[in-house]
Design a protein around this ligand. Structure first.
Ligand code: CA
Length: 227
């Protein structure tokens, strides 16, 4: 099945460039030139991924990101943020906005396409049928990418899901931020270990106290799921 990517970008040249490259890769592409239109499209069409520019007329990328994360219908759509050099990257990765990745302009459209593919591929991992990971009352279904605590389903983003799985499958062992970036994001991006912290924080919030505590912070190194 073809995946749909929504591009929200007001600069026509960049929009067309990304659109061309993603279409060449076989993706269905939706476009929006303003924040409001982007948000409308995202809510109506529920794309598989959103490429979101930070600086947009009207409603900017950060506001859209927040709005998407507040809406249960769109909260789990992965987002790649586009920023211009000198914009406050810290705000994107540090403020729990939940973007999965970001790229600084000018970027290589090929690199962006690779990242889109890396994120979407996480959905498509081949798993043995019926494979499950269990920890106390927490169960993870590897087929359907769903997570339950007792009988309550917990909705996670793909990134959060993969983080949890990576930690849980290596229970008792410390995973460094670099290892997690490599395993969960599929590549290392220039030292943005804090992205890992942001996603761990969101994951803990969603899991609730008991299981949040099971993910231990190993100061200066990374994270470990309790033995
Ligand atoms: Ca812009």
């Amino acid at each position: 099945m073809t995946k749909t990517v929504l591009i929200v970008e007001d600069e026509t040249d960049i929009l067309h460039l990304i659109e061309w490259h993603l279409k060449a890769e076989g993706y269905t592409v939706l476009t929006a030139r303003s924040g409001i239109k982007g948000l409308d499209q995202a809510t109506e069409q529920c794309p598989d991924l959103i490429v979101l520019d930070l600086m947009l007329p009207g409603m900017d990328g950060l506001e859209i990101c927040k709005a998407l994360k507040r809406n249960p219908k769109t909260e789990n759509i992965p987002i790649i943020m586009l920023t211009a050099k000198g914009e406050e990257v810290d705000r994107i990765v540090g403020l729990e906005l939940g973007a999965d990745d970001y790229m600084v302009k000018p970027f290589s459209p090929r690199e962006l396409t690779l990242r889109v593919r890396a994120i979407l591929r996480r959905f498509d991992k081949e798993m043995p049928e019926g494979a499950k990971v269990q920890y106390k009352d927490l169960s993870i279904d590897l087929d359907s990418y769903r997570v339950w605590i007792e009988n309550t389903e917990i909705t996670l983003t793909v990134t959060e899901f993969n983080l949890l799985l990576e930690l849980l499958q290596n229970r008792g062992r410390v995973r460094t931020r670099d290892q997690l970036l490599d395993r969960v994001w599929g590549y290392q991006f220039d030292g943005y270990a804090r992205t890992v912290d942001t996603h761990i924080r969101r994951l803990r919030q969603k899991l609730g106290e008991e299981y949040a505590e099971a993910i231990e912070t190993v100061r200066g190194i990374g994270y470990r799921f309790k033995e």
